[in-house]
Design a binder for this molecule. Structure first.
Ligand code: PLP
Length: 417
């Protein structure tokens, strides 16, 4: 077992100290949104106290805000390994940014152009692309393998043609944790000249993201899933961002990334995004002693190595523990030799109970988790679960512990007896 400073890290999160029904709350709702470390709260507060202003002015608060925005872009560029800060666009959330992009792409769609989506995706990476059908686009869908909730590269490849304009794929499922082979899918899509859009909302909190290694054209994520504030982030290759004309007010700058940022942004949350990236980078400092001289990306590389190892150990325990409970059916990759193909997000049903009843039973025992489809509608339909209320979702983060998994098993066993 690797040493991972989970207790020390948890102590940085004021929200994790919450007690309910006489015990500390167990947060297994990370895929719905994570808690934030104190440094994020402080950064947002500090912005309001000392720097609050609009951008581009002549006075000090405005200059400071310009700097805060630029630093947030640089932090996100480091987190995603974007080649430059100007490839980073901020917006309200991933869904809004994706609809914004699809509306701009729609202007260039000609009847017969094809777009590929998948049955594994959250609807935020499906509905914006379905809307292109109104412009004459043909939508093709990569089906999910229902046995283990994976996507085949070959199934995607068989749908590609010279008419394919865009391929939208998830980097990690928010329901069952599957990580499709997006690198191979992106490379295949490029052979026919298609653009690629990656939904990395559920990937970024768990894995080191590298947009240059992936070679994706666009990638979107949300800071509130990686210990930051409610702030959406879109990465685009510079030429991909320049290829389309977003809707904008005329006086707003017509150069990327500013042309993509509609109206006044949430500067205070950008300060929070920088603090969240700083927190992620500090995880390796905590494990290996301060490395302040190392650049941000290097520190993130080490942190995500440690996060990944720790989360794989937690995942292995979840698989064994839930696997022992009679009447519990787990969906997705359940083979403990394939942990490298998933993030620690698990969906299951319990015989004799609706998913909401199970989530309610757990909530009454201070365990927070979700039930339903969590907007992964097509996956739930493919698994035949949609009508029956979806599934229960246990979403772990690096802040979770083995003891919390044992407690979950205890609560589920109680339910059965
Ligand atoms: C995988 C995935 N994609 C997209 C979204 C939508 O993100 P946002 O809430 O930032 O619009 C979510 C949110 O749960 C998600 O989990």
């Amino acid at each position: 077992m690797i040493p991972f400073p989970v207790i020390k890290l948890r102590s940085q999160f004021p929200a994790l100290g919450r007690t309910l029904h006489g015990r500390e709350v167990v947060f297994f709702d990370g895929p719905g949104g994570t808690q934030v470390p104190k440094r994020v709260i402080d950064a947002v507060t500090d912005y309001y106290i000392h720097h609050n202003a609009n951008i581009g002015g002549t006075f000090t608060n405005s200059h400071e805000t310009d700097e805060i925005v630029q630093t947030a872009r640089q932090s996100m560029a480091a987190l995603l390994n974007a080649p430059e800060a100007e490839c980073i666009v901020f917006g309200q959330n991933m869904t809004t940014l994706t609809f914004h992009l699809s509306a701009a792409i729609a202007e260039t769609i000609r009847p017969g152009d094809e777009v590929i989506v998948t049955d594994l995706d959250h609807d935020a990476n499906v509905a914006p692309w379905l809307s292109l059908a109104a412009r004459g686009a043909v939508i093709r869908t990569v089906p999910v393998n229902t046995v283990d909730c994976t996507l085949d590269v070959e199934r995607l490849t068989s749908l590609l043609s010279e008419r394919t304009r865009l391929v939208a794929i998830t980097a990690a499922s928010n329901a069952v944790g599957t990580m499709p082979d997006i690198k191979a899918m992106i490379a295949a899509s490029h052979t026919v000249g298609a653009l690629t859009f990656i939904d990395a909302v559920q990937y970024v909190p768990h894995c080191l993201t590298d947009v240059q290694a992936l070679d994706c054209d666009f990638l979107a994520c949300s800071a509130y899933k990686f210990f930051g504030p409610h702030q959406g982030v879109l990465y685009g290759k510079r030429n991909a961002l320049q290829m389309f004309q977003p809707r904008k007010v005329r006086p707003a700058k017509n150069i990327v990334p500013y042309s993509w940022e509609t109206g006044t942004q949430c500067h205070e949350l950008m300060a929070g995004v920088t603090a969240a990236v700083d927190y992620l980078a500090s995880i390796s400092d905590d494990a290996k002693g301060p490395r302040t001289e190392a650049d941000l990306r290097c520190r993130l590389v080490t942190s995500f190595h440690d996060i990944r190892e720790w989360e794989q150990q937690l995942s292995a325990k979840v698989l064994v523990t839930l696997g022992r409970i009679d009447g519990l059916q787990l969906y997705g990759i359940t083979n403990s030799n394939q942990l490298h193909l998933r993030v620690p997000t698990f969906a299951f049903t319990v015989r004799g109970f609706t998913p909401r009843e199970v989530a309610g039973h757990l909530a009454a025992r201070s365990v927070y988790c979700w039930s339903g489809n969590y907007y992964a509608v097509r996956l739930m339909e493919a698994l035949g679960l949609e009508e029956a209320g979806g599934a229960v979702r246990i979403g772990l983060e690096h802040l979770n512990t083995f003891e919390e998994i044992d407690y979950l098993a205890e609560c589920l066993t109680d339910l059965m007896h």
